[in-house]
Design a binder for this molecule. Sequence first.
Ligand code: F6P
Length: 219
Amino acid sequence: PHAFYLSRHGQSEYNVLGKIGGDSGLSPLGDAYAKALARFCRDEVTKGEKGERPARLWTSTLRRTRETARYISHHSITIDYDQDDVDHAQEWVQLRPVAWSNLDELFAGVCDGMTYEEIEKHYPDEFRRRQNDKLAYRYPRGESYLDMIHRLDQMVFEMDRHREPLLIVAHQGILRLLYAYLMDMPREEAPYVSIPLNTVIKLEPKVYGCDEKRFELLR
Ligand code: F6P
């Protein structure tokens, strides 16, 4: 089976301000990460034994992930096997980004755009409830990690459907769930998995779980 590469978007304007959610663009540091990620794609994701290999690239629909993928070059790959299999041949497109709303970040409802301090101040009960059950807690008019699991169900099928390596540029919450799924972890642990910025997590599937390697692209 092929490798999965998981990356958060580069640092966003909201990350700098400590605000959750929103749809801000990248900070200058985030833009530097986007450039480093494009180099990483060339040197690792699309590097095959004999030159370039095809790969797939997914982002969420939010600005910060699309901007993080914007320097990654893409082009169609010439069909070099099974000439009759036209349907499959058309899928051999290299790193053309596909944006999925299923990969958008946990929607925090009335708390969208607030800092954790502001949430604690304005909605102390909500803040405590979330600490007590982070997996099931649903923000008022927003989502829970369990809600995100539902919208990811469809994606995990798509993820395993092709044989090319897949780079997913998404968000902290959603990547925790994908990571837990691929690593065969109990979902109760998922909301606490560390998914740092500026880092690509490479996961290579084994019978159970995956071999893992982390690449820190900015220091
Ligand atoms: O702070 C970045 C962020 O992606 C927020 O948009 C999101 O609400 C949060 O992380 C999810 O992390 P946690 O579940 O730990 O609050």
